[in-house]
Design a protein around this ligand. Structure first.
Ligand code: ADP
Length: 248
């Protein structure tokens, strides 16, 4: 089953076209990376898939429904890039950040019930942060804060998780741990994942599919094809390469 699909998708900011006739499919159960140089339109594509922007032309299907009439947005989890870094001074605990994503179920100005507290604890457990529930977000590392954001997105049991450069600013070890965590969620819980990343070579050890958006073309590649492409272009300085993954 396809969980996300675009057909001949085009989008412009005002008069400036960013995406033209992009077709792409994400199958249920995949762990896919979306790569491409800065400015290629990756974040714009994510915003379109999340229903935050409307296409100029073409269609977007989300879990089999046209995005314009889709109402189940809670089934799509989203982890923004460096999401809590700018709010690190905000006096909220990890538990409160996760719980905030249940506010529709808890109700405004109501206290969470035992079942909500258990849901929050389970989501923190899924990302290995069960012992940090009371910790203020300002006292967590960048990697731990991203895990909290992942727990926040997981607490509503989504079918698909979309992440925008979730490891930017993390050291290599934390980034690797984060990819392993995503792999486990994909393999053990069947979570479908689409992740924008610049970590082209490292993510190839974890993902099942790579989409490369560049020169307004979307190529679906296997991780092996990407690794081969980057190996063949290793002798060319990055800024002089024709493309990021060596394929077009
Ligand atoms: P990427 O995520 O691949 O770096 P983006 O989707 O952020 O690319 O941006 C694609 C292009 O759209 C860039 O040229 C960027 O400057 C432009 N852009 C992004 N957001 C806006 C906006 N809100 N208004 C106008 N142009 C934008």
């Amino acid at each position: 089953m396809l969980v996300l699909e675009t057909k001949d998708l085009s989008f412009s900011y005002g008069e400036t076209p960013v995406l033209t006739n992009i077709s792409f499919q994400l199958r249920q159960g995949s762990f896919a990376a979306l790569i491409g140089p800065n400015g290629a339109g990756k974040s714009t594509l994510l915003k379109l898939l999340l229903g935050e922007l409307l296409p100029t032309s073409g269609t977007i299907q989300v879990l089999g429904k046209d995005a314009r009439s889709f109402r189940g947005w809670r089934r799509i989890g989203y982890v923004p890039q460096d999401g809590l870094a700018r709010h690190a001074d905000f006096p909220a605990s990890a538990r409160e950040i996760v719980q905030a994503n249940l506010c529709a179920e808890i109700g405004l100005c109501r206290f969470p019930k035992q079942k909500h507290r258990e849901q929050v604890q389970r989501a923190l457990g899924l990302v290995g942060m069960e012992k940090y529930g009371k910790r203020l977000i300002g006292a967590l590392s960048g990697g731990q804060r991203q895990r909290v954001l992942l727990a926040r997105a997981l607490v509503s049991s989504p079918d698909v998780m979309i992440l925008d450069e979730p490891t930017s600013g993390m050291d290599q070890e934390s980034a690797e741990d984060f990819y392993k965590l995503l792999s486990r969620l994909n393999m053990n819980r069947g979570l479908t994942i689409l992740m924008v990343s610049h970590d082209v070579e490292r993510i190839c050890d974890h993902v099942s599919q790579v989409y490369c958006l560049e020169h307004n073309t979307m190529a679906g590649l296997t991780p092996e094809q990407v690794l081969q492409g980057t190996r063949e272009h290793r002798h060319i300085p990055k800024e002089e390469r024709n493309c990021i993954c060596g394929y077009f």
